[in-house]
Design a protein. Structure first.
Length: 120
């Protein structure tokens, strides 16, 4: 019996224009998104049929579309991505998302700033 299963899309890279500073809307920045989706994959384990799981390519397209919509806050972007996945893929039980902004303009040596959230 399957106790737990997850689909993980790790390290999806995007260039986008999120942030509070006016320059971020012009210059943009690099972002990395990692998703962990709780999904019952027991049927797909038996059928070898993509219709019995979550299609990774379709999930990626959702993330890509949401990352292209400019926002001030990473919290808002991560929330939009998580809610959209839960809406568009009813077999997803929960979404764990890590959204990182690489080299954020904080006036300090920092590799990334990030938001991590889990829904529901």
């Amino acid at each position: 019996m399957l106790m737990k299963s997850e689909i993980i899309l790790k390290g999806m890279h995007f260039f986008a224009y999120h942030g509070l500073l006016p320059q971020e809307a012009v210059v943009g920045n690099e972002y990395v998104v990692t998703l962990t989706l709780s999904v019952d994959i027991s049927k797909a384990m038996q059928t070898d049929n993509v219709h019995d799981t979550v299609n990774y390519a379709e999930v990626y397209q959702v993330v890509k579309v949401e990352m292209q919509q400019r926002s001030n806050l990473l919290e808002y972007v991560a929330g939009r991505i998580a809610h959209r996945i839960l809406h568009d893929f009813p077999t997803v039980i929960s979404v764990d998302i890590l959204l990182e902004k690489l080299n954020p303009p904080l006036g300090a040596a920092i590799s990334s700033s990030a938001i991590h959230l889990v829904l529901p």
